[in-house]
Design a binder for this molecule. Structure first.
Ligand SMILES: O=C1O[C@H](COP(=O)(O)O)[C@@H](O)[C@H](O)[C@H]1O
Length: 223
């Protein structure tokens, strides 16, 4: 694991957006397209806004979320809405968005229609993950009902997930899919998450799911 620290959140957004843009450009030099898998939540908005203005061949970039809360797009907690508002705008409006939610009643009912589109996106070219103070990443929550299945080597691409701390039901890419990414970055902010990261490094991924992705990751942190 490499840890990059920034003096403040604005510098983090600029530095991380720059690094992600370089990774996408390098990928597009040798591949027809790049698959770019990104988190939702409260942390990535400023990085996404900065990245959306970068001049690159966005039409060859396929963007999708690590996970989604099973809520409609006009819901305040919709990760899809955040993605559309902050990343898939400006120059990046030309990117191809692979949706992770539909209008089915539950994630279990929606996944069969969503999953086939993800087959063509693997392996993920560039992965950005977030992390909660409880050491969850994507919707791989400690104590979640199907965490062990989602962490297994033979997990499907997408799984439904429910956990006490998660709020609503979720859909998440599974560990093997996320861990297969060619390049991985993690975005965290604040002292509590820095402490959680250090705790997770000593823990089993089944109790600290972010630990499954740290070995080859670059972690970006600001106070
Ligand atoms: O619920 C979620 O939480 C994590 C962390 O979010 P943050 O608000 O603490 O930055 C996020 O990475 C994930 O995509 C999201 O669905």
């Amino acid at each position: 694991m490499e840890l990059k620290t920034y003096p403040d959140r604005e510098m983090l957004a600029m530095g991380l957006a720059d690094e992600l843009a370089s990774a996408l450009k390098n990928c597009l030099l040798v591949h027809e397209r790049a698959s770019f898998c990104v988190p939702g939540g409260s942390s990535p908005g400023e990085t996404f806004s900065t990245l959306s203005g970068v001049d690159l061949d966005w039409g060859r970039v396929h963007v999708f979320l690590n996970d989604e809360r099973w809520v409609p797009e006009d819901h305040a907690r919709s990760n899809t809405a955040l993605l559309k508002r902050t990343l898939l705008t400006d120059r990046a409006a030309a990117a191809v968005h692979v949706p992770l939610v539909n209008d089915a009643e539950t994630p279990e009912a929606g996944i069969p229609d969503l999953a086939p589109a993800f087959e063509a996106e693997l392996p993920i070219s560039l992965l950005l993950l977030g992390m909660g103070e409880d050491m969850h990443t994507a919707s791989l929550f400690p104590g979640a009902d199907r965490l062990a299945d989602a962490m297994a080597d033979d997990a499907p691409i997408l799984m439904a997930m429910r956990a006490e701390g998660a709020g609503e039901p979720r859909v998440t890419l599974t560990r093997r899919v996320l861990a297969g990414a060619m390049e991985t970055h993690v975005l965290i902010m604040g002292d509590a998450k820095r402490e959680a990261l250090e705790r997770a490094r000593k823990r089993d991924p089944l109790t600290a799911p972010i630990a499954a992705f740290l070995r080859d990751a670059t972690v970006h942190w600001a106070p």
